[in-house]
Ligand binder design. Structure first.
Ligand SMILES: [Fe+2]
Length: 411
């Protein structure tokens, strides 16, 4: 064993770097859960959201099921009942508990889930350190999917918790010192002339399977807004009767407005005649200059119609983002596009349970691009395709506009 000082000086092996990356992602999940009590971690405020304890256990089940069990002969699972409780939607991985009932699971306790995480952490670290050189590439491939999967759940932990805390009349703050990220001042639209562009993942870096194959698309002419739509613009839409005018809405969207009683973005409430917004830092006055968030596709679409504009397609968004002309493309709100979540030409899901990761959801959902304030550092990509049902608005989701006036001036 080299002395500590010498050990520091030795170059890190690939295995050490992967163990470090694994520990780093696992620690971030725990960091996000740390301010929460056991009670906070149990509740489920709606079927789309999951309890924090469930996120912590499910991400662990993912590593245990897809990485450890196939690669560690004789591995004894931490608890045989957990596969049923913490499998999310992998039909090939066996039966599972009903999603809307995740909040009814008081046991295992939060501390038992912490033990589960520690047990699987140790097994993963051992596997990375000791796997044969021949087995290592496939192990690292699954490990990397598991890390990116856990990062996705880290974002959901914050959005799900915010929704849960919003149901509490005392409106608790997740972090009393939380501040909204600063948006960049930008004005106007940027021209995207007609042209053929390649979109989709093209590098050696990690991507989810739904980001490929890369392919060529015809884009433009179109103008894309440099800035995100702000709360003051949204207030103008509201004050102009935007939520009360069926002519602005898709039929399904108008039905949702009626059923859900939407009059403002999610987590907004009237505070003595002024609009306030429930945030991770508690209830705050709506900041007119901040990008609007917690709006669904139906609302984004209605706003664009009211503004005499459109939502960009995901190809238009990606081409613009690659050119670096969009302000706040990342790190504030996901941006709805008007592209339906469909497979790229030639997309084939991989075999086995992990083939269920993305492909089977390519129906009835809309694509969002960019990333949000809740997205973990390093997780975002210009080719990233997030997707939600058009009525979903508990995510940090907003919009930027597209304009096609140029197209119609062509002769
Ligand atoms: Fe998951």
């Amino acid at each position: 064993m080299p002395p500590a000082a010498l050990k520091e000086a030795l170059p890190k092996s690939d295995r050490e770097r992967w163990i470090e990356a694994f520990c780093c992602v696992r620690a971030e999940t725990e960091r996000r859960a740390a301010p929460l009590s056991a009670e906070d971690q149990v509740i489920q405020s709606m079927p789309d959201a999951s309890p924090i304890k469930w996120h912590r256990a499910h991400t662990t089940w993912f590593f245990e099921t897809f990485l450890i069990q196939p690669n560690v002969p004789g591995y004894k699972v931490f608890d045989e009942r957990f596969a049923y409780l913490f499998n999310s939607y992998y039909v090939a991985a066996g039966p599972r508990h009903a999603r809307p009932k995740r909040g009814l699971i008081t046991r295992p306790s939060v501390s038992e889930v912490a033990d589960y995480r520690a047990h699987v952490d140790a097994a993963v670290e051992r596997l990375i350190a000791e796997a044969s050189a021949a087995a290592l590439p496939e192990i690292l491939r699954i490990l990397e999917i598991g890390l990116n999967h856990e990062e996705q759940h880290q974002e959901l932990m914050l959005t799900d918790l915010l929704h849960a805390f919003a149901q509490n009349p005392t409106l608790p703050a997740y972090d009393a010192n939380w501040q909204a990220p600063k948006s960049t001042a930008a004005e106007g639209f940027v021209d995207l002339p007609e042209g053929i562009h390649t979109i989709g993942h093209q590098t050696d870096g990690y991507c989810f399977d739904n980001e490929g194959p890369s392919h060529r698309v015809l884009v433009g002419p179109v103008r894309i807004a440099r800035a995100l739509v702000t709360n003051s613009e949204w207030l103008a839409f509201m004050n102009d009767g935007g939520y009360a005018n069926p002519a602005l809405w898709l039929s399904d969207g108008w039905a949702a407005v009626q059923t859900e009683g939407w009059q403002a973005p999610g987590h907004w409430q009237d505070c003595d005649g002024e609009w306030c917004q429930f945030t991770l830092g508690g209830l705050k006055p709506v900041d007119p200059a901040a990008p609007v968030t917690h709006i669904g596709y139906y609302e984004a679409d209605a706003f664009a119609r009211w503004a005499g504009r459109h939502l960009p397609t995901e190809a238009e968004w990606e081409v613009s983002a690659r050119q670096g002309v969009l302000s706040d493309a990342f790190g504030i709100v996901w941006q709805w596009t008007r592209s339906s979540y469909s497979p790229y030409p030639g997309f084939v899901a991989c075999d086995g349970a992990l083939g269920e990761y993305n492909g089977k959801f390519m129906i009835n959902q809309m694509v969002l691009r960019g990333s949000s304030l809740a997205t973990p550092d390093g997780h975002a990509r210009v080719t990233y395709r997030n997707f939600f049902y058009p009525g979903a608005r508990w995510q940090f989701s907003g919009l930027r506009l597209a304009d096609y006036a140029e197209r119609f001036s062509l002769t």
